[in-house]
Design a protein around this ligand. Sequence first.
Ligand code: NAD
Ligand code: GLY
Length: 374
Amino acid sequence: MQSVIPVHLPQHAYSVVIAPGSLDHLGTWMQGTEAHPLKFGQHVLVVSNPAVFEHYGDRATAALAQAGFAVSTCILPDGEQYKTLDTLSKIYDAALTNRLERSSTFVALGGGVIGDMTGFAAATWLRGVNVVQVPTSLLAMVDAAIGGKTGVNHPNGKNLIGAFHQPRLVLIDPHVLQTLPVREFRAAIAEVIKYGVIWDADLFAQLEAAPRLDQLAALDESLLQEILTRSCQAKAHVVSKDEKEAGLRAILNYGHTIGHAVESLTGYQVVNHGEAVAIGMVAAGRIAVALNLWRETDAQRQDALIQNAGLPTRLPAGIDIDAILVSLQSDKKVKSGQVRFVLPTQIGAAIVTDQVPTNVIRTVLQQLSTSVHG
Ligand code: NAD
Ligand code: GLY
């Protein structure tokens, strides 16, 4: 059971490989095939964090050494709070100490935080070296590792410093998800549901047919492979059509407009990113219904999936609706003062619009409020 998904980009096409057990063949996959050799230089820097490296570091480095690569490692502290320029400099230090060259390769072994930082280091070290993404969280597998968005946070905002730098290969071994904390798994299922709603009605139907979506153990291996394959296909397709987010790629922000406001107003502590996106999708769904763009029954189907994944469908207690409305104005997606929303029009299709009256947003937020004043 193996899927190879091409990302069609004119200057830098690459493959996303989803293959159970592939971590132990990382070096072989990096050699490429006879028809398409990847021609990486000998030296590889594996960037990871202690939580991931403890589980998978030895296997990854052994697989690389076995294929003839000279391997160095760089272990960064774990957590979004370390996604900074300061931490990034540790990758540059390791690259310098280990004499990485233009032909060398950074291998990101970890979740989206490691992937984004390693990608940005690769974009900038010696003005650009190869990066291979080996995502170990479900979120990184279905989203962050594909598409070339890389970067770090600024003290005043997430992902404000970055670059587009496409990987040369994305290698996904679903077996590594066995050690992923369950809350991280659920958070990523929010993004999977997102692909079903905005892009892939078949994926949506398969998710609906699953008895449970709230933990890895509830999915059989073939459904997991299907979820990964269809999600990566959706992301690869959108990125191939619109690499730099000039248009279509913006639909990937479904659920993120209100989601980001909820995340930032709760100090990134109360709800995690996926949970915030889940709430944002419920809100966007209701806005779409209020604007007669989407059927109420489809919105209910979406909300049922979100609930089946153990994700929230209501705003966190105590959050102020006016504060959300103010926060929406400072979102990266605001253009000329108009808040941009991605709204579904059917299961499997969505549009981007800035024509959402504030009173509609307010009414929907009030419906989703759990506070006594809501
Ligand atoms: P993360 O990288 O912090 O990983 C979540 C936690 O799971 C971490 O503690 C990590 O150490 C642990 N972990 C990862 N894989 C594991 C495994 N197999 N076993 C045990 N523990 C494991 O968070 P994330 O959710 O993977 O990614 C979030 C980040 O990705 C954010 O910084 C976000 O901005 C970024 N992101 C980027 C893109 C993009 O297009 N570049 C898209 C979405 C998100
Ligand atoms: N995660 C949204 C994007 O890659 O565009």
